[in-house]
Design a protein around this ligand. Structure first.
Ligand code: GLA
Length: 336
């Protein structure tokens, strides 16, 4: 898609927040081309949507496939973007070989830890001149109930210290990188306390963790502004930096299955504008602790929420529309 007049004439989002925090977008191999002009104009930070995940970089024990990630890193370097690394240790999008003993059974703790270290060493070292922060561990906490850590192959083979080990390996590989714990449903009070407990216990053990990433996959109704403020306060009380890492504001509540819309309704757009305005006024209040706000996409022509979790349904969760024109929500954000 070519650059629009609006893309040229509207105030840059990143510029509007230059004294507050970085403004980022998740990108992939296609969108660094199709959204290039929009990215250059409005964002100053990037995250690879999938290209730096374990399964993409390291599909077999002695095979690394860096091409797509390298391309995003070069794009960032060539155009002066900051780059967030996403993500080193996660229960999803991690290949089975990591946990297999090669004889049909499960690998033991020492083998899995050695593989984790080899992966982190290779990846963090490769991008250390470009990536300034890493989501070291993603989504290790259980959503509901009393259970603390999410059951995963990492947890089962290594034990609870897989999280601390990942941070230590990342810090050894690049002592200058800022290391984040990243999670979703981060403003839900129950889950918030589990995340708080996790990061507090890491800090008490002297583990090098420098920040908490709030994914912020939010919608028109949830979470409430009060819950967001409380989460920010609670996490900030640990003395770590915070970043909003994967922000989008879905037009649909989590359990809404409707599929009848080809365009968002006026009511949806109005609510989304209101919400985005509220969020960014809040973020500005916390600019001392909040160092970046990254959207999970740059414009509504491409979002992971299209056709997910409801098949056949488009979504419009971002600040720019499918033609890369600024939405009302963009205007609310820049004046926040
Ligand atoms: C999580 C992950 C992201 C991405 C989204 C869905 O939030 O952290 O990498 O996979 O899910 O796109």
């Amino acid at each position: 898609m070519g650059e629009t007049n609006h893309a040229r004439s509207t105030e840059s989002l990143a510029e509007a927040f230059k004294d507050d925090f970085l403004i980022g977008a998740a990108v992939n191999s296609r969108t660094i081309v199709s959204q290039r002009d929009l990215l250059l104009r409005h964002y100053n930070s990037l995250t690879a949507e999938n290209e730096m995940k374990f399964e993409r970089l390291h599909p077999a024990e002695n095979t690394y496939t860096f091409e797509a990630a390298d391309e995003i890193a070069s794009f960032a370097r060539a155009n002066g973007f900051k780059l967030r690394g996403h993500t080193l240790v996660w229960h999803n999008q991690t290949p089975d070989w990591v946990f297999d003993d090669g004889k049909g059974g499960a690998a033991d703790r020492e083998t899995v830890l050695a593989r984790m270290k080899a992966h982190i060493d290779a990846v963090v070292t490769r991008y250390q001149d470009t990536v300034y922060c890493w989501d070291v561990v993603n989504e290790a906490v259980t959503d509901g109930g009393d259970e603390w850590l999410r059951p995963s192959k990492w947890l089962h083979t290594v034990g609870e210290d897989f999280i601390a080990q990942a941070f230590r390996f990342a810090h050894e590989a690049d002592p200058r990188a800022q290391l984040f714990y990243n999670d979703y449903n981060e403003c839900n009070p129950g889950k918030r306390e589990k995340i708080y407990r996790l990061v507090r216990s890491l800090l008490e053990q002297g583990v090098p963790v420098h920040g908490i990433g709030l994914q912020a996959h939010w919608n028109l109704l949830d979470p409430s502004l009060d819950d967001i403020r409380e989460a920010i306060e609670r996490y900030a009380s640990l003395g770590v930096k915070l970043q909003i890492t994967e922000m989008d504001v879905s037009m649909f509540a989590f359990d809404d299955r409707r599929t009848d819309l080809n365009d968002p309704t006026d009511e949806m757009l109005r609510l989304q504008e209101q919400r985005y305005g509220q969020f960014f006024r809040l973020f500005r209040e916390y600019k001392g602790v909040l160092t970046g706000v990254t959207f999970w996409g740059a414009a509504d022509d491409y979002t992971w929420l299209d056709y997910f979790p409801v098949r056949g349904r488009k979504n419009w969760p971002l600040l720019f529309d499918a033609r890369h024109e600024p939405k009302g929500a963009y205007r609310e954000v820049v004046k926040a």
